[in-house]
Design a protein around this ligand. Structure first.
Ligand code: GLC
Ligand code: CA
Length: 553
């Protein structure tokens, strides 16, 4: 396989919702035209792939994840024509677009559900999951406790209960129904034909599950294989990126042993332990999660690493004790917590807006084995609005300028309020101001992305977690063909010094890729490396020429 064939391995993904990115027609809601005008910003930042959150027709009771027509775009954002214009602009700038595929459930407003509930004999009846009586375990397994209290809700018209993993307005589809599967492929084919480079697949563990009252638990992973086969037949370089918050040892079911299911998965095991390490300065559980996730990945697949997403920061897989420690540091107030397991805050406020810690976090994001994903607004250090409902706290509009509504809209009222005033208000935190300041966080990230793109070892290579003589430091080594790299991250606020023996056929030098403090090996080939409190270093191993930014792959 040629090195650049798998574009997703060296991609920089950026996640955004059209609704809150840029409003062009002044109605207070972001739109495709506004987004089109901001693609140049994203390309200049170094982003190569934009993940668009749901933009199909929807009553919008869950941020668009409640779809009522998979083939139409919501008029709130514009027309299908505007979408295609938007795709054209992205393409012209070399940006790929990946879109959400919400295949696990529809809105109860969807005509399929309406037909299903109206008539037991409707072919759509079996597209959903029904029961005459409410199963005894109906209060278990809801994804949004305690907001959503049951997974089975009675529909009067249907005369039965329907199953829903998420909110009661999101009826679960029976993904084992063959006719539904065929429709699903049609949906995929439709968006591929319009130029998308793949799908971020929503809620995959639920998608493959056998659903119903009193059914024996079963999972049909062949569905993922079928979807992949269809995808690759229609568009050879398109990808499937899974949202599957499962333990590391289950991930191979999603990737497939042969790499024949999903190419990418969001790395939840690492994400949760990352916050544990930020909170406690102890990277041990993180190291384990890294080792476990690296071990469980087929050659052609890739993890997507992320710091924050549009959802709550889900800490559900930490031990209770670990979670309590993270809550104590990052969400001491009950209003900051959500669904008994997560945190509804943005990155910058959690890290106390401390530049050293923010740089540490992003240096990690871009050097963890996998493809980095940025949540819109995190590149300028936006904050949250805890007065908003549930996960909306972190979904406020993008802050472009110091003008009213942060330059997001010229309307009097915007779709969600822009963060106004204080340390994180648009007056202080906005793209315009950071663009003009060479030391801004945004310009720092832009430079880091540039370095990252020249480090194929991280995206293509084998990564190894190395133990060292400084406990709060995470050391990773990456090897790809003839090149090798090293990254070090200090989770503690106290400076560290550590000793590393580096196998190296070159002149015993480590070339500093971010600063210019190269390291020369001491006796017996041992390097002594110093790290400031929350410090980070990236080195290329064995380069003979320090002007050589690109490794000899
Ligand atoms: C996924 C999405 C989340 C949504 C849910 C239901 O978890 O990330 O935002 O609410 O699916 O579709
Ligand atoms: Ca608009």
């Amino acid at each position: 396989m040629a090195i650049d064939d798998y574009w997703f391995k060296n991609a920089v993904i950026y996640c955004l919702n059209v609704a809150t990115y840029m409003d062009c027609n002044g109605d207070g809601i972001g739109d495709f035209e506004g987004l089109s005008r901001r693609f140049d910003y994203l390309a200049a930042l170094g982003v190569t792939c934009v993940w668009l959150q749901p933009f199909c027709c929807s009553p919008n009771r869950d941020n668009g994840y409640d779809i009522s027509d998979y083939y139409g775009v919501t008029p709130r954002f514009g027309t299908s024509g505007d979408f295609v214009e938007c795709m054209n602009t992205a393409q012209a700038l070399g940006l790929r677009v990946v879109v959400d595929l919400v295949a696990n459930h529809t809105s109860i407003d969807h005509p399929w559900f309406q037909a299903a509930r109206a008539d037991r004999k409707s072919p759509y009846r079996d597209w959903y999951v029904w029961a005459d009586r409410r199963p005894r375990n109906h209060a278990q397994g809801t994804v949004f406790p305690p907001v959503q209290k049951t997974t089975w809700t009675r529909d009067r018209k249907a005369g039965q209960y329907y199953f829903h993993r998420f909110y009661d307005h999101q009826a679960d589809l029976n993904t084992w129904n063959q006719a539904y599967r065929e429709e699903l492929y049609k949906i995929m084919g439709y968006w591929l034909q319009l130029g998308v480079s793949g799908f971020r697949m929503d809620a995959v563990p639920f998608l493959v599950e056998k659903k119903g009252a009193n059914v024996k638990p079963a999972k049909d992973f062949a569905l993922l294989q079928e979807m992949r086969r269809f995808l690759q037949w229609r568009a050879r370089d398109a990808i499937l990126l899974a949202e599957a918050n499962v333990p590391a040892n289950e991930s191979m079911h999603y990737f497939g042993d042969e790499g024949d299911r999903l190419q990418m998965m969001l790395n939840f095991p690492v994400n949760q332990r990352l916050y544990y390490a930020f909170a406690t300065h102890d990277p041990k559980p993180l190291k384990r999660a890294l080792r476990d996730t690296i071990a469980n990945i087929p050659r052609d697949a890739q993890w997507v690493q992320f710091l924050r997403s549009h959802d709550e920061l889900d800490l559900g897989r930490l031990t209770e004790e670990q979670r309590a420690k993270v809550f104590q540091v990052f969400a001491p107030d009950a209003t900051m917590q959500l669904y008994n397991r997560g945190i509804r805050r943005r990155l910058a406020p959690m890290l106390g807006n401390d530049r050293r810690r923010l740089e540490l976090a992003y240096s990690l994001l871009f050097s963890l084995p996998g493809t980095p994903m940025i949540q819109y607004g995190d590149e300028i250090g936006m904050g949250e609005d805890l007065s908003l409902n549930e996960r909306e706290a972190t979904r406020t509009p993008m802050q472009w300028t110091g003008e009213p509504h942060g330059g997001f809209t010229s309307a009097k009222k915007s779709v969600l309020p822009v963060v106004d005033g204080g340390i994180f208000g648009y007056q202080k935190v906005n793209v315009n101001a950071q663009r003009r300041d060479p030391n801004s966080f945004m310009n720092w990230i832009t430079r880091l992305i540039r370095v990252r793109k020249e480090c194929m070892e991280i995206s293509w290579g084998e990564c190894e977690v190395i133990d060292c003589d400084a406990d709060p430091v995470l050391v990773l080594v990456y090897r790809f063909r003839k090149a090798a790299m090293l990254s070090l991250h200090n989770f503690s606020d106290v400076a560290q010094s550590l000793h590393l023996k580096v196998r190296d056929k070159g002149g015993g030098r480590l070339i500093d890729l971010i600063g210019s403090e190269h390291s020369r090996a001491g006796p017996r080939g041992i390097h002594e490396i110093a790290l400031d409190g929350y410090g980070y270093r990236w080195f290329r191993i064995g380069a003979v020429d320090e002007t050589l930014s690109r490794a000899p792959y």
